[in-house]
Design a protein. Structure first.
Length: 178
């Protein structure tokens, strides 16, 4: 093996270990959609959802510190969709399609969702006729514990319950989370 290939091999594995440490080894099992690509850096599906680990994160025009900061995400746990990877950088977008390049250390594999319907009711079971446990306002960010084909188990503000997946942003329509 040449020196150049060895450096590439070491850099590849160092990046993989850094990503594993950032996202965590106990990431939930997620079924992929048929049209998902795989990232060249992490070998994870693209697009995929993550959340903001930091309470503040610079969004840049390109994947390096020399690129201009276009704006700053200021909401911890906000769900984001990764659309591209380049080294330690991830191109992300928010619910409105706005985004740019963010350093991977600002992101978490913790799954969250943004409530897209005002006063979204959480149910005791994944059934519209099940007892209501809480109601979430439009724009609330909730943690996702699990999702089946139509419902997701959410936790927010000390409450938990099942909500229809169609009323959330931060989880794919065909995505299953265990």
């Amino acid at each position: 093996m040449t020196r150049q290939k060895m450096r590439g091999f070491i850099a590849h594995w160092a990046a993989a270990i850094a990503v594993a440490c950032t996202v965590g080894f106990a990431a939930p099992t997620v079924a992929l959609s048929d049209n998902a690509r795989v990232g060249k850096v992490t070998h994870r599906p693209i697009p995929r959802f993550v959340s903001m680990k930091a309470s503040e994160g610079n969004v840049r025009r390109g994947p390096s510190l020399t690129h201009r900061i276009d704006w700053v995400f200021k909401r911890r746990d906000m769900p984001l969709r990764i659309t591209a990877e380049h080294g330690h950088w991830r191109r992300v977008e928010d619910r409105d399609g706005m985004g740019g390049w963010v350093h991977y250390s600002l992101l978490s594999g913790t799954r969250t969702a943004l409530v897209e319907k005002d006063m979204l009711t959480l149910h005791a079971r994944p059934d519209a006729n099940a007892p209501v446990t809480a109601a979430l306002e439009l724009g609330v960010v909730a943690r996702i514990s699990a999702c089946d084909t139509e419902w997701c188990l959410l936790r927010s503000g000390g409450y938990k319950g099942w909500a229809p997946k169609a009323r959330l942003w931060g989880v794919g329509t065909s995505e299953i989370i265990d």
